[in-house]
Design a protein around this ligand. Structure first.
Ligand SMILES: Cc1cc2nc3c(=O)[nH]c(=O)nc-3n(C[C@H](O)[C@H](O)[C@H](O)COP(=O)(O)OP(=O)(O)OC[C@H]3O[C@@H](n4cnc5c(N)ncnc54)[C@H](O)[C@@H]3O)c2cc1C
Length: 422
């Protein structure tokens, strides 16, 4: 036991759990793994999009502490406040600091609605179960008014520095389908606008997704506004950088992002996202510290990419310890399924950094064949399967992407891609 390598993991979301279970499986007793997190609950954030339409949040969480302990992973329920790379210590708010030989920082992102004056006060947002429950209430009230013959204007706004706009597009398309299922004249009495700072809809997923969204907006009577950076929100009016004003009865937004924890001792950008080596997710200048998922500097914040980053970092650590050669370099191929209720849209997008701030990534040159998009009801099944499979694997202490399940699911997914995407 005295020779065990100590690995401390901060955060128990997608990235933290994938890394913890991968390392436990690969290293067995060679490592003493400790997860430090401010929450006992794993939250399957992607399925929060269903909360405004009636799903209860309880089904999206489970208590991770018992699973970790069952798999021989130590658990510290404390907020992490920083890291001391010289003393090799993860610092916690409660003083229960954790010494490490390797540290993995997976504390995710946070929202900064205050960056857009008036946003916090006037807009409904989608980051937490509670904010989605509040949105459910607001949508219910808008529907009641529309049913009573009152015209309602719902405006969606993606402000600059939001780093995961996809869910807001899901909610606007789901809202349209949901309103169409309500008795007349509800949908007729509700106008919907979608304004984004992005030059293309869901810009990080490339031109084909922009075209899909354009087509959906046209078919559904949703008015889209690209390159509309939300500047401030007044009561009843959203004001954009170019002076455009959109009046609203209900404003729905996904605020700007920043890192949930600022690690002052590490290199990072002005939002606290940590500088890493692309392939291994090693923090620049710190061989024994890794930053994965939303906490790191990859500019697309997505659960699927968080899993890939976790596998790359965990593999690099395991190989260091075992004296092997790493073979799971982070390869940013994003996979997403956009819910729309009447169908879903799938995208497989090989990415490369663009070197620009907007958009920060682009479809990888030379990998156009792998850039696949498809829409249809069948993709709703794919979305449901992922929503069941990821939490189920974590509940059983298994990595999802680096595990057997993905190996088994991948041929099925490839089959679906060849039949239902091109
Ligand atoms: C509504 C919505 C829908 C989404 N849909 C999708 C989707 O369809 N597909 C997709 O790929 N992505 C989606 N995302 C994005 C995805 O949820 C995130 O990218 C993903 O959760 C990032 O994983 P993570 O592990 O880095 O961070 P998180 O999952 O946020 O986990 C962070 C962990 O760190 C812990 N933590 C935070 N602060 C501290 C602290 N100070 N000390 C200790 N621990 C701390 C938290 O409790 C948590 O355990 C969606 C996001 C939202 C909000």
């Amino acid at each position: 036991m005295a020779t065990q390598t100590r690995i401390a993991i901060a955060g128990s979301g997608f990235a933290g759990l994938e890394a913890a279970f991968y390392l436990r499986r690969r290293l067995g007793d060679e490592a003493r793994i400790t997860v430090v997190s401010d929450s006992k609950q794993f939250l399957f954030r992607p399925n929060m999009i269903y909360i405004p339409f009636g799903k209860e949040p309880e089904g999206l969480t489970f208590d991770v502490s018992a699973t970790l302990e069952d798999h021989g992973i130590e658990w510290v329920h404390q907020p992490v406040t920083g890291i001391d790379p010289d003393a090799r210590t993860l610092i916690t708010a409660g003083g229960a600091d954790v010494e490490y030989d390797y540290a993995v920082l997976a504390t995710g992102a946070d929202m900064v609605p205050q960056e857009v004056p008036g946003l916090e006060e006037h807009a409904y947002t989608i980051w937490t179960p509670d904010s989605n429950l509040a949105l459910r209430g607001a949508l219910g009230r808008a529907v009641e008014r529309a049913r009573g013959g009152e015209r309602q204007r719902v405006v969606f706004a993606v402000p600059p520095k939001n780093m995961c706009s996809g869910p807001l597009y899901e909610i606007v398309l789901m809202l349209d389908s949901w309103l169409r299922d309500q008795p007349a004249p509800v949908r007729d009495n509700i106008t919907i606008d979608f304004a984004t700072f992005e030059p293309a809809y869901i810009m990080v997923f490339g031109p084909r997704i922009n075209a899909v969204v354009e087509q959906e907006f046209d078919a559904r009577g949703i008015t889209g506004h690209r390159e509309h950076g939300l500047e401030r929100v007044e009561e009843g009016e959203a004001v954009f950088g170019d002076g455009t004003r959109l009046s609203y009865d209900l404003l729905i937004s996904f605020p700007p992002y920043e890192a949930a924890v600022r690690y002052e001792s590490l290199p990072g950008d002005e939002r606290g996202f940590i500088d890493t080596d692309m392939e291994s997710r090693r923090v620049r200048g710190h061989d024994r510290i890794f930053a994965i998922g939303d906490a790191g500097d990859f500019p697309v914040k997505q659960a699927f990419l968080a899993l890939l980053e976790a596998d790359a970092a965990a593999d690099a650590i395991a190989c260091d310890i075992l004296g092997e050669h790493p073979d799971k370099a982070f390869d940013p191929v994003s996979l997403c399924i956009m819910e729309q209720f009447d169908k879903a849209t799938f995208a497989n997008v090989p990415l490369q950094l663009s070197g620009r701030s907007v958009p920060p990534v682009e479809v990888r040159e030379g990998a156009e064949d792998e850039y696949q998009v498809g829409s249809g009801r069948v993709w709703r099944v794919g979305k449901k399967m992922l929503g069941l499979a990821v939490p189920m694997h974590f509940r059983h202490g298994r990595p999802f992407h680096a595990g057997m399940s993905w190996k088994l699911m991948e041929p099925g997914l490839n089959g679906m891609k060849s039949l239902f995407a091109d």
